[in-house]
Design a protein around this ligand. Structure first.
Ligand code: HAM
Length: 423
């Protein structure tokens, strides 16, 4: 039996890859405009980084990591996300010694052992941004605006930014206590997972998809109810900056992110049309993470978006420009000698940046003309034995059908000039 690719992974074939490239190029342009620089970290890291960074009680660490022992018996994990790695690099490569804040972005594959379904993969790709070393609310607003601007440039419609503040360790402790008190008499009605969460991480109960748990938590205190003065004024400032920038947001007091490192601002961007996995982007502030993994106390904020989901939204909304590479000329050489001469001409033209192709299958004149048409060539350059003898080449304009002869000695110059002029 033929070997198949692993469940939850994809082959990206020509046709689709051009859409990925278009998305990646737009991302790079936006990042450049906003002054974010690219960072590339390893695909695998010491398992402990994610245990400490993402959090021991999260689904990612408990159930979804691709973890293995390497040949030196060290536990390694294929990265399930990018934030922990960027913070590790910030500490290890001493980026805290540079002028602050450090504004970074990354794109690349991430790995989570999840149940594959539409929009959910085991190998998926994220574009993410992290800003380290700045605690002001204007930074939160800037990264959300960057996401918003990217989606505007891509032409995406029907987006909503969901925003919450999950507070700092001080107000979180107060919330935890209030939430536990609220749930204490109805604990047994919660699902098994939430009963465990009750002790270890009760906040996540608010995010459970189980209808029973949702019924039990109706009217439960949210983190917004218990924000301290600092967290509240931070959140209000973020909201007023976003309103001024024209971002369509909705405060969602029940928004709880699936990773443990968040403090203060947390957000997700939803788009309806792509089905159940409607979150195309998620992020927030993480003011304790760098310290958690052994670095100096440093505030941070960022987001990551699932590129498969962004592409699905662009496909549903028909937002891709025509990205098929344009062929300018098809060089049709008939006979052995003409092929040698034609090959040299094609390479000289390619050297000058003119997209020219030749037949690679030994096909007939008719078949080659058909191929030129199919590939959208502007010109056919025809070189047979007889033309070669006369040292000319037939130049056929495939739009008008008009045909002229060009001396071989002039052919590079003439075609190059036509390409420059676009005809
Ligand atoms: P996350 O919410 O786990 O956050 O993932 C961010 C985005 O990645 C999701 O909104 C979704 O679009 C995409 N995604 C996640 N899992 C999958 C999957 N299995 N298949 C397809 N797409 C997926 C993070 O990863 C944080 N590191 C974001 C962050 C950066 N927070 C601060 N800085």
């Amino acid at each position: 039996m033929a070997i198949q690719r692993p469940k939850g992974t994809q082959d990206l074939l020509p046709g689709t890859v051009e859409q990925w490239q278009y998305l990646e190029e737009t991302i790079r342009r936006v990042c450049r405009d906003y002054g974010y620089e690219e960072i590339r970290t390893p695909i695998f890291e010491a398992t402990e980084l994610f245990q400490r960074g993402v959090g021991q009680t999260t689904d990612i660490v408990k159930k979804e990591m691709y973890t293995f022992l390497d040949k030196g018996d060290r536990s390694m994990t294929l990265r399930p996300e990018g934030t922990a790695s960027v913070c590790r690099a910030y500490v290890e490569d001493k980026l805290y010694g540079q002028s602050q804040p450090v504004k970074l972005y990354y794109t690349g594959p991430m790995f989570r052992y999840e149940r594959p379904q539409s929009g959910r993969f085991r190998q998926f790709h994220q574009f993410g941004v992290e800003v380290l070393g700045a605690d002001q609310p204007i930074v939160d607003a800037e990264v959300i605006c960057l996401v918003w601007d990217l989606y505007q440039r891509l032409g995406l419609r029907g987006l909503e930014v969901h925003l919450n503040s999950v507070g700092c360790p001080t107000c979180r402790a107060a919330h935890r206590e209030q939430l536990q008190r609220f749930l204490t008499t109805r604990k047994s009605e919660l699902c098994q997972d939430c009963q465990e969460r009750y002790e270890r991480n009760p906040l996540r109960i608010l995010d459970c998809k189980n209808p029973n748990c949702q019924a039990v938590t109706e009217g439960a205190p949210t983190t917004l109810d218990t924000l301290c003065d600092d967290c509240r004024s931070h959140f209000e400032k973020v909201l007023s900056l976003l309103s001024g920038a024209g971002v369509a947001y909705r405060v969602d007091p029940r928004l709880v992110r699936g990773l443990d490192y968040y403090t203060k601002t947390a957000f997700e961007v939803m788009v309806e049309e792509i089905g159940a996995q409607s979150a195309i982007c998620g992020g927030g502030r993480y003011d304790g993470l760098v310290e958690e993994i052994g670095g100096p106390a440093t505030p941070g904020i960022g987001f990551a978006m699932g590129l498969e989901r962004v592409l699905a939204a662009l496909q549903v909304q028909g937002k891709f420009p025509d990205t098929k590479p344009k062929l300018f000329a098809m060089l049709i050489a008939l006979g052995d000698k003409a092929q040698n001469e034609g090959f040299a001409i094609m390479n000289a033209l390619r050297g000058k940046g003119v997209p020219v192709r030749m037949d690679l299958l030994g096909r007939s004149l008719k078949a080659q003309l058909k191929a030129a048409d199919r590939e959208g060539a502007e010109l056919a350059l025809i070189l047979g034995e007889e033309e070669l003898e006369r040292q000319v080449l037939l130049l056929r304009d495939l739009n008008s059908g008009e045909q002229t002869e060009v001396p071989l000695s002039k052919v590079i110059e003439v075609i190059y000039m036509k390409h420059q002029r676009g005809v």
